[in-house]
Design a binder for this molecule. Structure first.
Ligand code: ADP
Ligand code: MG
Length: 248
């Protein structure tokens, strides 16, 4: 059993090597309930690999990862999803030829069985939940549109919605505002503030204005290690961080 803590997620002394190269090197990270943590760092720092480790896509060679005081290091990706960890990848993976409504509906936990997913009865409960999530992701007026007709930003929101409908306790987003317009970024910040109300969120992001507008705490990764951690102000004032990251 891991030590009993209030952390929703504890990553402790985790390393992973790819062909002898340590992409993540003795990394520890603790996420509180209700916390919005942003991870920043130069390209190749290991940010995406950290999310891969947490969601079970990549296995750590050393260290331990626990979610709500349960070790998850040996679990399969779908088991980790079931425990309440949702993860959004860098490129949106939505069903282009389905509507917004259908994309959300098939992501509803009961709909995981793909063959049955499109055919089961649309109960009042599911319809209400789909509409609620569609409104949250600013697509309430676009519910019957085919996903392929959405803007890039709207597709990103739709994918976040597909995770939200599963009600994860920990949501991880890899560069969610990449390619978004300024106004879409602003709305995404609003959305994150809304969804953080009953869950924890980890966001990987480059856009410093965006980071500043959302982060509770910031972790700076560099060469697979935590270089610094703290408030945005502390991070920006940190000379080590300025040297490796903000100066570029
Ligand atoms: P970031 O997201 O911070 O840009 P990544 O986590 O994607 O960085 O990558 C960290 C390092 O690990 C990079 O050098 C990358 O090439 C390497 N890497 C990531 N995943 C793999 C993999 N599956 N196989 C081999 N090397 C990988
Ligand atoms: Mg990455």
């Amino acid at each position: 059993m891991p030590n009993n803590t209030d952390f929703v997620l504890a990553v402790e002394g985790v390393s992973v090597s790819f062909d002898g190269f340590k992409a993540v090197n003795d990394l520890s990270l603790y996420i509180d309930k209700g916390e919005l943590r942003v991870i920043i760092g130069p390209n190749g720092a290991g940010k995406t690999t950290v999310l891969d480790l947490i969601c079970g896509r990549t296995r750590a060679t050393e260290g331990a990862i626990s979610f709500k005081n349960q070790y998850i290091g040996g679990l399969k990706e779908h088991e980790i999803v079931k425990l309440g960890i949702g993860r959004k990848f860098q490129t949106p993976s939505i069903y282009e030829d389905l509507t917004v409504f259908e994309n959300l509906e098939i992501s509803f936990p009961r709909g995981r069985n793909v063959t049955g997913a499109l055919f089961w009865k649309r109960s009042e409960e599911i319809i209400a939940r789909v509409q609620e999530v569609a409104r949250m992701i600013f697509l309430g007026d676009h519910i019957d549109r085919l996903a392929e007709t959405l803007s890039h930003g709207q597709k990103q929101w739709l994918e976040i919605g597909m995770l939200l409908i599963q009600d994860p306790e920990l949501l991880m987003l890899d560069e969610p505002v990449a390619g978004m317009s300024v106004s879409e970024r602003r709305k995404t910040a609003e959305l994150l503030k809304e969804i953080i109300k009953n869950r924890s969120v980890i966001v990987i992001e480059h856009d410093m204005k965006f980071v500043e507008s959302i982060a509770h705490r910031v972790t700076v990764l560099h060469q697979g290690k935590v270089l610094a951690e703290g408030s945005m102000e502390a991070i920006q004032a940190n000379p080590k961080v300025q040297e490796v990251y903000l100066g570029h």
